[in-house]
Ligand binder design. Sequence first.
Ligand code: 2P0
Length: 338
Amino acid sequence: MDCKSRSSTCIAPINIAVIKYWGKSDEEQIIPLNDSISITLDTDYMFTKTTATIGPEFTQDSIVLNNEQGSGDGVRFQNCLSEIRKLAASSKHSSTVEKSTWKVAIVSENNFPTKAGLASSASGYACLVFTLAQLYELESHQSELSALARRGSGSACRSLFGGFVRWFHDSQPCIARPIAEAEHWPELRCLVAVVSNTSKSVGSTEGMRRSAETSKLLEHRVKHVVRDRIEDMKMAILEKNFVKFAEITMRDSNQFHAICLDTYPPLFYMNSTSQAIIQLVHRYNQIRRSIKVAYTFDAGPNAVLFLEQAEISRFASVFYSVFGSTPHDQFFRGKVPD
Ligand code: 2P0
C-alpha cells in the first residue's frame, strides 16, 4: 500500500426511537414529517464498526458491509461522501484538501442482525460519517456531522449523540440535538428480545414512502398527535418519570404499527411473538399495579423493552418462564449489572 494511505476505525451505537420517525416531507434531503426522540444505547453492546481507508492509489470508492461487497456508487453512500469531501476540500489544512480528492475504501460490520428492525442503518451511517470525519481530520461540530449522517439514513442523525436525543424536522439545518445525557437517568435500562434475525420484507424507506402516500392515520398523527407527544416525552425524560415515559413509548409504538396496518397495501413488521410480548408486558404491569415495563417495536418483530434497574431480575424471570429465553441486557452506560 502507498505510504500516503491512511486508515481510521470507529464504532457507533444504535439508537431506539421512543417517538417514531415515519414519513418524509423531502425524500432527497431526508427531511422527516415530524420530530422524533430516541435513546442511544451504550457502545459496549449493539454497534457498527467501520474502517475507512483513503489513498491516492484507489481508483474507485468501495464498500464492504458484513463481509459482502456493497455498491460504492449507491446514492446515499455517495451523498454522504460528497458532503464530507466538500468539507475536506474547504479545510484550511492543505493535507486535508489533498485527501479530499482520493477514493475511499470502507469496511463496515454490525455485531447484531442487519435490516431486522434494529436500527442498523442508524449506527451504520453515523459510523461512516464519524469515521470519515476522523480520517480527514475535520474540525466539524457534532451537529454538522448529524446533518451529514441524515443524508445516509434519517435515523442516523440521532446516533451521533449519546443519551436522549431529539431530531427536529424543521431546524435549519435539519439535525438532532441531545435532550439529556445518558448519565441523567442511569436506572433506566433496556432489554432487547431478538425475535427474528431475518431481514424485513419491506425496507423502512419504501415502507414510510408507502405510508406517506396512503395512510390517513399518518396524516392525523403528524397534524394532531406528535407535537404534544414530543413535549410530554421530553418532560417525562427530564423528570425521570418512568410511568409517563413508558406509557408514551408504548402508545407511540402502537400508533406507528397501526399506521403500518393503515398503509395500503399494509405493512406487517410485528409477528405473533411480538404480539405475545406486548400482551405479557401489559399483563405484567397489571399484576404489578403500575407501569413497570414498556415495549417498543421498530420496522421489525424484535422487541425493545424499557424498565428500571430494580425491575430487571423479576421481569427477566417472568419473560423466561413464558418464552424460554432471557432478553439481552443493554446498558446506556456500560455498567455491569448488580
Ligand atoms: C425510528 N424507524 O424513528 C423509526 C421507527 C423505523 C421505525 O427510523 O429512509 O432507516 O433511511 O431515512 O432511518 C427507520 O428509518 O429510514 C426508522 P431512511 P430509516 O427509528
